[in-house]
Write a protein that binds this ligand. Structure first.
Ligand SMILES: C[S@@+](CC[C@H](N)C(=O)[O-])C[C@H]1O[C@@H](n2cnc3c(N)ncnc32)[C@H](O)[C@@H]1O
Ligand code: SF4
Length: 439
């Protein structure tokens, strides 16, 4: 059952307000008044169950829609300098977190496979230095793109024990891809998917996007059907978002309805094809619930390596500065490769108990597992049901329901995840994000 948009309160009026990938978003991070020594931030934190994240901010192309922190076609020596900085950062982390051990690893970008195999070897060595685990010891996921998912790289990743590879396809209709400013070639997509299945890591995720110019129900179904030939273990479907400084502008309000319709088509198609839904974006074959790209473990710490990576302790999230525009990204990478000392955090967000409670709520409610308020209370001291009256409103609106002590979004709620998420952010996070100047 789907609630009609007209019955929704104003705080849910924009169905595509923002994607809650992590809370708080990096746009809410600010410079700390004093740099915080990492040794202090991590003192007393569990470090044997970590998520290690490595950020490689390079791509062979810059797509018109992309709002990620990345730079296209960097000079060769920039990649080399970056690898040098990663190693320095990793060695510092090793001294700050001597007993650290990651149980999950993710390498994201950009496009990590922009790097050659020898460069990837160095990147994985740095990650192992930082978080005490290699891909054969921790469940590992790596992002790739059609032009860079080559046989040598895929075979290398499989050989070192990478379990999952995630490739951006976006659409199997090439005009739709070109229409959003992504210079992809269809032959490369087909070859890349064949290569991954022949020699690459065992688990394949395919990213697709909906809401593209010229895309309609029939062409969207065609994309879904055609990627089915490679039987992806997971499919991520992303509604197109276009932010300032990322190239293309868009048409008006009916785009929301268009995206909503395309979402429903994909959801129904994938569920019919045997996939299980775990969020508005993620669908997976049965038995593939873990090790995905969506970081949903509310308790574990995250150690980020690289210039766009975030790190999470239980009370402080930190990263380097964030940019999307070409100049801003270049400046931040230049600053990263010139850094000698990595033992302090200068930029981030200190989470109060209330913010930790909100984070926990967001990371569970927006997933099919749902929210267990008792768990939130045990870990933050706050009861989300009394702290967040909007949760009860979601139930009244038919967007969430209780079962077995858990609050879960209904189908109508799940498709409004990008409205429900931001509606549960604190006023402070909204203010900070609104005040963030995009570089
Ligand atoms: C790091 S990329 C995937 C790997 C690789 N860089 C590539 O593009 O093939 C992550 C995914 O985020 C999605 N994405 C990026 N910007 C987006 C936007 N503005 N709106 C919707 N989805 C977006 C795309 O589906 C993309 O594949
Ligand atoms: S979508 Fe992927 S390839 Fe394109 S610019 Fe973004 S990270 Fe790079």
């Amino acid at each position: 059952m789907t609630a009609p948009t007209t019955t929704l309160p104003t705080w849910l009026a924009d169905p595509y307000r923002s994607y809650t990938y992590g809370y708080p978003h990096k746009t809410a991070y600010r410079h700390f008044a004093e740099p915080k020594p990492l040794a202090d931030l991590w003192a007393g934190e569990p470090t044997t169950n970590l998520f290690g994240y490595l950020h490689l901010p390079f791509c062979e192309m810059r797509c018109g829609f992309c709002n990620l922190f990345t730079t296209a076609n960097p000079a060769d020596d920039l990649v080399e300098q970056y690898l040098g900085a990663l190693q320095r950062e990793a060695e510092t982390l090793r001294t700050v977190l001597p007993g650290a051990r990651a149980v999950r690893l993710a390498v994201g970008g950009g496009t990590p496979t922009y790097l050659t195999v020898p460069q990837l070897e160095r990147a994985f060595a740095a990650l192992a230095t930082a978080v005490g685990a290699t891909p054969d010891e921790a469940v590992t996921s790596v992002e790739t793109s059609p032009a860079t998912a080559t046989g040598d790289r895929m075979a290398y990743l499989r050989g070192i024990g990478v379990e999952r590879v995630s490739i951006g396809v976006q659409s199997m209709v090439i005009d739709e891809v070109h229409g959003v400013g992504r210079p992809q070639q269809q032959r490369q997509v087909l070859d890349a998917l064949d290569t991954i299945r022949e020699v690459g890591p065992p688990r394949l995720n395919v990213d697709l996007m909906y809401g593209l110019a010229g895309q309609d129900a029939a062409s969207w179904l065609e994309s879904l059907r055609r990627v089915g030939r490679w039987a992806p273990d997971e499919v991520f479907i992303y509604p197109l978002y276009v932010r300032p400084l990322t190239g293309i502008g868009r048409r008006g309000r009916s785009w929301d309805d268009e995206r909503r319709e395309l979402y429903r088509i994909a959801r129904d198609y994938l569920i019919d094809a045997g996939y299980e839904q775990s969020s508005m974006r993620r669908f997976h074959l049965p038995g593939q619930a873990g090790a995905d790209d969506e970081y949903t473990c509310q308790r574990d710490g995250m150690v980020g390596l690289g210039c766009g990576a975030r790190s999470y302790t239980s009370a402080v999230h930190y990263s380097r500065e964030f940019a999307v525009g070409r100049t801003g990204v270049k400046e931040i990478i230049a600053d990263y490769v010139a850094t000698e000392r990595f033992d302090v955090a200068t930029h981030g967000f200190v989470l109060s108990a209330e913010e930790r409670m909100r984070r926990w709520v967001l990371q569970s409610l927006l997933h099919t597992d749902g929210l267990d308020p008792a768990q939130v209370r045990a870990h933050t001291g706050l009861n989300p049901v009394t702290e967040l009256p909007r949760l009860a409103e979601l139930v009244d609106l038919g967007l969430a329901e209780w079962s077995a002590q858990r609050l879960r979004l209904t189908a109508a709620g799940m498709e409004l995840s990008d409205a429900i998420g931001p509606a549960l952010y604190s006023g402070r996070v909204h203010e900070l994000s609104a005040g963030h100047e995009l570089r």
